[in-house]
Design a protein around this ligand. Sequence first.
Ligand code: FAD
Length: 405
Amino acid sequence: MTHHPVLVVGGGAGGITAAAQLRRARPELAITLLEPAAEHWYQPGWTLVGGGVFSLEETGRPERDLIPSGVTWIQEAATGFDPDHNRVTTSGGQILSYDVLIVATGLTLAWDRIAGLREALGSGGVCSNYSKDFAPYTWEAIQAFKGGNAVFTCAPMPIKCPGAPQKIAYLADDVFKRQRLNASVIYATATPGIFGVPTYAAPLRDVVKRKGIDARYNHVLTEVRPASKEAVFTVKENDSERQEVIPYELLHVTPPMAAPPVVATSPLANGAGFVEVDQFSLQHVRYPNVFSLGDVSGMPNSKTAAAVRGQAPVLVANLLALLDGQPLAAAYDGYSCCPLITGYGKTIMAEFNYKQEPTPSFPLDPTKERWSMWWVKRKLLPSLYWNRMLTGAQHERRFVPGASR
Ligand SMILES: Cc1cc2nc3c(=O)[nH]c(=O)nc-3n(C[C@H](O)[C@H](O)[C@H](O)COP(=O)(O)OP(=O)(O)OC[C@H]3O[C@@H](n4cnc5c(N)ncnc54)[C@H](O)[C@@H]3O)c2cc1C
């Protein structure tokens, strides 16, 4: 057993950002990062991989290059959490004890909850931007499409980047229209509406109408039949359920998502399997020396890398306050951002908080489709991610102690 004053589990967007900001705030603090992966992926770029704008390689970097200097990296996975004894066990058989724990393992993709999907993925027009293994195939499938039904699904919430399932539908629709293909673009979503935040749902409904996309709500994908090229949905209508079979030539799947089992089955989890932290302080409600941020945390915000930008400074300030015996004064307001790509060269920059209020970073009407916001999505945000967020340089303006409670 080895002891680690601050142990960060997960070195994705949340774990690296929190570790980097902690290093800057208190260089003498010993920080250990537990992360098994050798590569780090900028997942928000995968929509543009599927849309043929980025190569997959552009969205990945060696994890080693991103770990803040001075942070100790253990390249193993957490296999158990024992917060009653301040311990984490690892895939290499180690026991790590800690003073403070940060949990940032992200989400697991539950492909197997859809019958036939695993076998179907990656050929026959069945693709998904949600995995680096299949995002390049999305672009291949879009290019190979010659007409018929192009079906884009969205799984029940919570998922990471709830806007991503429809962004790729809009890009594909642009390609099909440019090629004058006889295409029916169907957006079949488990959600009851196009987007959860009313301010941004209104312009998106206009986009769907303008493009002639067939949006079908309350549609949960349950099965893929690659031999007959059929997608099977359970459709909830009032109190009843029915099955609907939609034939496809192209099928873009957003899989259901869940907290990794190691978290979901641990004492840290809430009823849904996510880390049970206070939505404002990001401190665990039962284990005060445990914090969480990113997709695995149990706050009711929209799960995005942008949300991490709002969460990390709050978590760092409150963690340091805890170490100093001070009150935890910083509060996260639920900030999230979903750059809603509505076509090549067009994006609605949807920024909002827990109260579903628009929180635009730019002095422009955020409900409008803009070329400038496409540029922000394509050029500015990747650069911000690699060069400022992951280096701990960016301290979000939303870090307001005591705000928004
Ligand atoms: C297709 C797609 C489009 C997206 N678009 C956007 C967008 O436009 N804007 C936006 O802001 N966000 C977007 N996102 C969401 C964004 O990528 C995530 O919200 C963000 O990466 C969450 O950060 P995280 O640190 O919680 O999880 P991740 O970045 O997923 O990192 C989790 C890390 O934990 C590690 N890990 C897992 N299990 C263990 C374990 N047992 N022990 C140790 N380590 C473990 C993993 O290896 C991984 O490195 C998109 C995501 C996808 C897939």
